[in-house]
Design a protein around this ligand. Structure first.
Ligand code: WAQ
Ligand code: MG
Length: 632
């Protein structure tokens, strides 16, 4: 390939102050995207928002290729230790007056470039004492393959610079300290010793950094040395791989992620609720109507449920003290599992510490490499994570589009196992799976059918038993569910045949390697099931409230639909959704904004969750505020 190479340089500043600079040498075909990537880097810099970005492309008249200096890393614990190692390395390579050279370092802090020092007389040789000498026009020869990193990779840039500098005529050594406050790694490079990284060479938090190039040779050669440093294009070959993590300032890169999230309206934090959360709660000392709880039937603080938990704590203790397969199984675990199986109408049930772990455990126990999982594009994150963990091929089908599932499953023949998995009720849209058709497709294509009834248990079906009750249809092969929503407790579960449950006991790693839930959580869920069985009117009340709220919205021109107790109100823009949620909270209604990555980018929404115990007046007021705030 004889494509011409171009040097692409970017420099960004704000009010004249330098923010970001970078350069690459790339084949002409890669030049446009390289320029774009460098501009993106400048625009997302943690140091500020540039008001000036200069991008310059040049075709160098000659390019030389140099082999990378060999790299050695020294882990030092303190800056003193780091600096004395640097001095030791320099003197080992025949540099005298090391202490005086190190003292000169203070004068480098103000420079944008490096100080060029006569190694013996310590005279400054760089022509511009305000700026110092800058090494430019260089790149890693493989950089087009590696792409342009979005965050500065200190090592990748420094090894290229150091290699060029040690090949400049007359230069015998370099010492470098980064000016990034959080990057404490510096280096000493010499032609014979190579590149020595020193992991702690300055105090964390200090913005003082600089470079000294040491020169030994005739004065008459200095102009050529400076020309070489500033103008000669250089590609460095065989740069050793150092993990991006080890070479990127790890704290600065975390701060950068945070600022990008904040810019996009995607920053999150935990909010403390000051009172038990039911249909109402207290936040920052103020009473609010909660329209975001998954405690659909208001069982988390039901007296029967609470006293069952308290009794169990007294009898069995707060924690189980062990995995279910060692010493963690207590009578309340067994009783709850029997009750769950009876309630759902399956042979057997198994409890997991959380619903997330139930999905991850079940899916990774059903499928592995050589298998295929078909997964709805809007399935919950715990299903997605289970798919990833399994190692199986994953085929995503269009949301709730069972024709698409059927098309895709038809072409999944060569696999050992096929597994189709879907939420029963989709947590962010509130719509429901067509279970009879799902099961039919799975049977015809010899696939395991798995559904997650997290938002269906206690909500769907006349007595809250879920989708099979609603559709009067058989069960799928595996039902996953949670104790943490309508059952008012905490934990997850699986309902299936004895054979399948036994398989999960033996192979679901999130079950095997977790400490069992405590007896109080088990007894609470058990008592909640009893309440649901004896008071089906709670489910009727929940359904009545959902219908009422939807009609209140409709009366005010907001079209919303749901098959469950989740009512999404679409906004789109993340920041607008956040503003709406803030506004509603100020007026006493807690309705959270749901944003990426929970939903797709640009599909932010307010997500209302209805409870059986909400008052009609509160629901009507919420609908009113929504209509007013959304400007309808
Ligand atoms: N030419 C000469 N001097 C320069 C240049 C250049 N192109 N760029 C920066 N300097 C000077 C300037 O005074 C800076 O304040 C100082 O060097 C430090 O620059 O993990 O990040 O870009 O092995 O902060 C070394 C360790 C990281 C890497 C060096 O330098 C590793 C670093 P920074
Ligand atoms: Mg820097």
């Amino acid at each position: 390939m004889n494509e011409p190479l171009y040097s692409v340089k970017m420099r960004a500043s704000e009010s004249g102050a330098h923010i970001s600079g970078a350069e690459r040498i790339v084949p002409s075909s890669a030049a446009p995207r390289t320029a774009a990537a460098l501009v993106a880097r400048a625009l997302n810099h943690s140091k500020g928002t540039p008001d000036f970005i200069n991008v310059k492309l040049e075709r160098p008249s000659s390019i030389i290729r140099l082999k990378s200096l060999p790299v050695t890393t020294h882990a030092t614990r303190t800056p003193e230790e780091g600096l004395s190692l640097a001095a030791e390395l320099l003197s080992k390579d025949g540099v005298g007056r090391v202490a005086e050279i190190m003292a000169k370092f203070a004068e480098t802090y103000a420079l944008r470039g490096a100080m060029l020092l006569d190694a013996d007389t310590l005279e400054r040789l760089d022509p511009d004492p305000e700026r110092g000498v800058r090494a430019t026009c260089m790149d890693d020869a493989d950089s087009t393959l590696k792409g342009v990193p979005s965050a500065k990779n200190h090592f990748a840039e420094a090894i290229v610079l150091a290699t060029k500098v040690q090949n400049a005529p007359g230069v015998i050594a370099e010492i470098c300290v980064s000016d990034d406050p959080d990057y404490t790694t510096g280096y000493v490079a010499t032609r014979s010793l190579g590149y020595h990284r020193i992991t702690n060479i300055k105090e964390r938090g200090s913005p003082l950094g600089g470079r000294i190039f040491l020169y030994r040779g005739p004065r008459s050669d200095i102009p050529e040395t400076i020309r070489f440093l500033e103008q000669q294009a250089v590609l460095v070959e065989d740069v050793p791989a150092i993990s991006a993590e080890a070479a990127t300032d790890r704290f600065a890169s975390i701060a950068e992620e945070r600022s990008i999230r904040a810019d996009r309206g995607l920053l999150r934090s935990c909010r403390t609720m000051d009172a038990p959360t039911g249909p109402t709660a207290r936040i920052d000392g103020r009473d609010v109507v909660v329209l975001s709880s998954n405690d659909y039937l208001d069982l988390a603080s039901d007296p029967a449920v609470v006293s069952a938990a308290a009794d169990a704590a007294r009898q069995w203790g707060a924690g189980s003290g062990g995995s279910r397969l060692t010493t963690g199984t207590q009578p309340p675990h067994v009783a709850l599992e029997e009750h769950l199986a009876r309630f759902k109408g399956t042979e057997s049930a198994l409890v997991f510490p959380t619903g997330y772990m139930a999905n991850v455990g079940v899916i990774s126990a059903l499928a592995r490499k050589g298998d295929v999982i078909l997964s709805d594009e809007l399935n919950h994150a715990s299903i997605i994570d289970g798919c990833r963990l399994s190692g199986a091929d994953v085929v995503i089908y269009a949301h709730n589009d069972l024709s698409d599932l059927e098309r895709r499953i038809s072409s999944c023949r060569g696999y050992r196992r096929r597994v189709a998995v879907s939420d029963a009720v989709f947590s962010m849209d509130g719509d429901m799976l067509d279970l009879p058709r799902f099961i039919d497709i799975c049977r015809r294509h010899d696939a395991f059918s798995v559904i997650d009834e997290a938002h269906a248990t206690g909500v769907i079906g006349a007595t809250g038993r879920g989708l099979s009750e609603h559709f009067s249809c058989p069960h799928p092969d595996v039902i996953v569910g949670t104790l943490s929503k309508a059952l008012g407790s905490t934990g997850g579960f699986v309902c299936a045949s004895r054979m399948m449950v036994d398989h999960f006991i033996n192979s679901a790693r999130s079950f095997i390697f977790s400490t069992a839930s405590g007896a109080p959580a088990m007894a609470a869920a058990d008592a909640a099931l009893t309440v649901i069985e004896s008071q089906p009117e709670r489910i009727a009340a929940l359904r009545g409230n959902v219908r009422f709220f939807i009609s209140e919205l409709a009366r005010r021109g907001i079209e919303a639909r749901t098959d469950s107790a989740i009512v999404p109100i679409r906004i789109g823009d993340e920041r607008l959704a956040l503003q709406a949620a803030d506004e509603l909270l100020k007026r006493g209604f807690l309705i959270p904004a749901i944003r990426y990555p929970t939903v797709k980018r640009g599909e932010a929404r307010l997500r209302v969750a209805i409870m059986s115990s909400h008052g009609k007046d509160d629901l009507a007021r919420a609908a009113n505020l929504l209509a007013r705030h959304l400007g309808i």
